[in-house]
Design a protein around this ligand. Structure first.
Ligand code: COA
Length: 276
């Protein structure tokens, strides 16, 4: 795929880390139908791309994403049911189907505004790091609508119920520090440190066994909806699948290093013989 032909998405690859930026900074990266279509193509391509070990999702300029484009996604499509249906499918496909099941680790690097519909892709990412200065908000209530299009679901699943209801019903904006406090993101850092903090995490993930990461991610997402018995059975089956899929024999090698060579402690790193 020729990424240079994209109009509203930017893709940059560096040392195993691929950064995908929603690229409509003049509209605060609000999501238009075209953006949805391009993102479907981009995520399908990168899922199987050998140069991509970790995906970072961010926004061009000083915004992460200001939600759906109120004009292009809503008002302009109100009288065009076919187009609206097509745009809705693409919107759901990239933000949930493709992104939450992306076969590699994903990091939301929240550099600025994050409103409404943007919460879906925020929760679909495995990790999230925000700038302290980023502004978040479930502003739907101020538009006279509900947090639909999956937003209402991801916030009750991902936040405490109290916080989800508070922010959905008040529409109160909050910053990156608050987002970290309520665990909407893993952490927040000053804006000028955001890229370094994100790349540090991305590089550490690049060093891990990709098949193991993929299976951990799939498993943790899926067991959330299972009973204890179902989860136990599913995790056992996954463990067996991993041994079959892992061409690097990571499990056997780790056991050898720990038990025979005494060269590596999975919990702590390399042995230092003077450890007391
Ligand atoms: N849909 C369509 N256009 C949007 C948009 C959205 N969700 N968010 C921003 N824009 C457009 C503005 O209309 C404006 O366009 P213009 O230059 O043609 O007038 C441009 O982006 C810049 O927006 P502006 O409001 O001037 O920038 P700001 O930096 O002062 O404020 C926001 C940024 C994001 C706080 C503000 O634009 C906003 O509240 N947007 C709506 C966010 C929202 O509620 N999203 C959820 C929808 S359910």
């Amino acid at each position: 795929m020729d990424f240079s032909k994209l109009k509203v998405v930017k893709v940059e690859k560096r040392d195993g880390v691929t950064t995908v930026a929603l690229n409509r900074p003049e509209k605060r990266n609000a999501m238009s139908p075209q953006l949805h279509y391009e993102m479907v193509d981009v995520l399908k391509e990168l899922g199987e791309d050998e140069e991509t070990r970790v995906l970072v999702l961010t926004g061009a300029g000083d915004s992460w994403c200001a939600g759906q484009d109120i004009k292009l996604f809503f008002r302009d499509l109100d009288d065009k049911p076919k187009e609206r249906h097509r745009a809705r499918l693409a919107n759901h496909e990239w933000r949930w189907t493709l992104l939450s099941a992306f076969p590699k680790p994903t990091i939301a690097m929240v550099n600025g505004y994050c409103f409404g519909g943007a919460f879906v892709q925020l929760f679909a990412c495995d990790f999230a790091i925000a700038a302290d200065e980023a502004q978040f908000g479930l502003s739907e209530v101020n538009w006279g609508i509900l947090p639909g299009g999956l937003v209402g679901k991801v916030i009750v699943d991902g936040l405490s119920y109290r916080d989800a209801v508070w922010y959905a019903m008040t529409g109160e904006p909050f910053d990156g520090k608050k987002a970290a406090e309520i665990k909407l993101v893993n952490k927040s850092v000053p804006r000028d440190q955001l890229e370094d903090a994100t790349m540090e995490l991305a590089r550490s993930l690049c060093k891990k066994n990709p098949q193991t990461l993929r299976t951990i991610k799939e498993s943790l997402r899926l067991v959330r909806g299972m009973s204890v018995d179902q989860a136990a059975d599913y995790l056992l089956a996954k463990e067996r699948e991993m041994r079959f899929m892992d061409t690097e024999s990571g499990r056997a090698e780790a056991m050898k290093q720990f038990l025979d060579d005494k060269s590596y402690r999975p919990g702590m790193g390399e042995y230092r013989r003077d450890d007391s």
